[in-house]
Design a protein around this ligand. Structure first.
Ligand code: HEM
Length: 469
């Protein structure tokens, strides 16, 4: 192939960086309307392939997935995850394959996910109690509740039982928040290879050092506590304990040292908690903004619950409309609007265009979710479009890929979705919901903030009224 994919005009040195704006998924969507579903941008001096249609996504994430499955060595994740020793940012290769297998087997498989059922049910029931106790005091910050739910559930499963009030627990939450802010920040040094000192000037280097040292201290304390307990014969069998049993055991397929374990634990927090809570928050926001969908879903949930006081996980399989509502929210608000960046590992050709090895690859899932060639009235929230449709989000249907697809598809889908479903089902069973300013639900602020995960700009302050059957 002779030609490179179409590119918008670029400036010297910075290339197209200045055109990304605060909401890059939206700016790139606008550009793709003019330049097409496959574009080559230059972010600083990094050639960046931007994919904006379901067909092109299938090309990159299915037909040629084997060469599009690496990750770029971005500075912040590389440092936070001990030089790429986690799963999400590890370059494509044997280490990544073994770590992913380990996490699948001991944390994310459907058998494992089922075994954590009591933890999800306890944590959701705790959230319901909290809402019950707070509802008379005025609007409740549900963004906070969803965040607490995801953090509690995931940290209990990955690092063991705790009450959520211990000092080390508060500290790990604080340090993870700092890490997530850093992950969402833009590091110009990644795009200007000839200016490595740039991160010193912007203060990023200092912040990164401080946060890495802090995170390491907290993780060391947790590992020490678990090692002592394991030596004393106490067994919790959380994911961390399982990894500690593997540690430095050379007879196992995978060699896990301390840094590897710390990086993988960071990953379960980093990849798992915000994505889950942000998704739940978008689902709830859309339901409150769309009272008809809310009413229809409540009726279904309440009829399935009959006189039982809480929805249990086996009830969820019958809830077709709940699943449609969640798909519709993920279509409009994919938590990773550009997935996690990929890196192409050899020269290739797509649609007769030459794509150079080393290109950074962004798949604009947000744009695909709003493509009028695929979706009628794409900006409307209409869960009905998924009723009776086979389209699912597991990475086979390229029009709906909020978890990505191919070798790097999110391995946490089956882990995250029961949390989201169980939380929404029980909140809708037990309460009626409105916003403080009645009648203004349709005008709710749905602005986004872009980061590695895309959250709602304003918090979800809502009024809960208990429902008595
Ligand atoms: C609703 C919640 C979630 C969403 C929307 C989500 C979304 C994503 C996306 C878009 C990717 C990148 C996929 C790609 O590059 O093609 C990803 C990767 C990943 N996710 Fe999730 N995720 C969620 C929950 C979780 C949970 C709960 C866990 C684990 C506890 C998890 C673990 C991971 C890991 C380890 C990766 C990296 C996979 C790799 O690079 O091989 N995710 N996720």
């Amino acid at each position: 192939a002779k030609y490179l994919p179409p590119s918008p005009p670029k400036l010297p040195l910075i290339g197209n960086l200045h055109q990304l704006g605060h909401l890059p998924h939206r700016s790139l969507h606008d550009m793709s309307k003019k330049y097409g579903p496959i574009m080559l941008l230059h972010l600083g001096n990094v050639p960046t392939l931007v994919i904006s249609s379901a067909d092109m996504a299938a090309e990159v994430l299915k037909a040629q997935d084997h060469i599009f499955s690496s990750r770029p060595g971005l500075k912040v994740p590389k440092r936070l995850f001990y030089g790429g020793k986690d799963i999400a940012f590890a370059p494509y290769g044997e280490y990544w394959r073994q770590c992913r297998k380990l996490a699948m087997l001991h944390l994310l498989s459907s058998k494992k996910v089922q075994s954590f059922r009591h933890i999800r049910e306890e944590e959701v029931s705790r959230m319901i109690d909290l809402v019950s106790s707070k509802h008379t005091l005025g609007p409740i910050d549900m963004t906070d509740e969803f965040s607490f739910l995801a953090k509690q559930t995931i940290s209990r499963i990955s690092i063991g039982q705790h009450s959520g009030t211990e000092d080390w627990y508060k500290e790990i939450q604080a340090v993870m928040k700092e890490c997530s802010l850093l992950m969402g920040s833009f590091n110009p040094g990644d795009y200007f290879a000839w200016l490595p000192w740039l991160s010193h000037v912007t203060g990023l280097e200092r912040k990164l050092n401080k946060t890495c040292e802090w995170a390491d201290r907290v993780l060391e304390t947790i590992i020490e506590n678990h090692t002592k307990k394991l030596k004393g014969g106490e067994r919790e069998e959380c994911f961390l304990d399982i990894m500690l049993n593997f540690m430095e055991d050379e007879s196992k397929d995978i060699y896990l040292g301390r840094d590897n374990i710390k990086a993988i634990i960071m990953d379960t927090f980093g990849a798992g908690t915000e994505s889950t809570s942000i998704t739940t928050n978008w689902v709830m926001a859309e339901l409150i903004r769309n009272p008809k969908a809310m009413k229809k879903l409540q009726e279904q949930i309440r009829s399935i619950a009959c006189s039982r006081s809480l929805i249990q996980e086996e009830d969820l399989t019958e809830m077709a409309y709940l699943k449609a509502v969640i798909k519709e929210a993920l279509r409009l608000h994919p938590t990773g609007p550009l997935l996690v960046p990929r890196e192409l590992i050899q020269d290739t050709t797509i649609n007769d265009y030459h794509i150079p090895s080393g290109a950074l690859v962004l798949v604009n899932v947000w744009a695909i979710g709003r493509d009028p060639k695929i979706w009628d009235n794409p900006d409307d929230f209409r869960p009905e479009r998924f009723l009776g449709s086979q389209v699912d989000y597991k990475g086979q249907d390229f029009e709906l890929i909020p978890f990505g697809a191919g070798r790097r598809v999110c391995p946490g889908i089956g882990f995250a979705m029961p949390i989201v479903e169980l939380a929404i089902a029980n909140l809708l069973l037990k309460f009626d919901w409105s916003i403080a300013d009645l009648g203004k639900a349709e005008e709710m602020n749905m602005e986004e903030v872009f980061g590695l995960t895309m959250r709602k700009k304003t918090r979800l302050y809502v009024v809960a009224t208990p429902h008595y059957p």
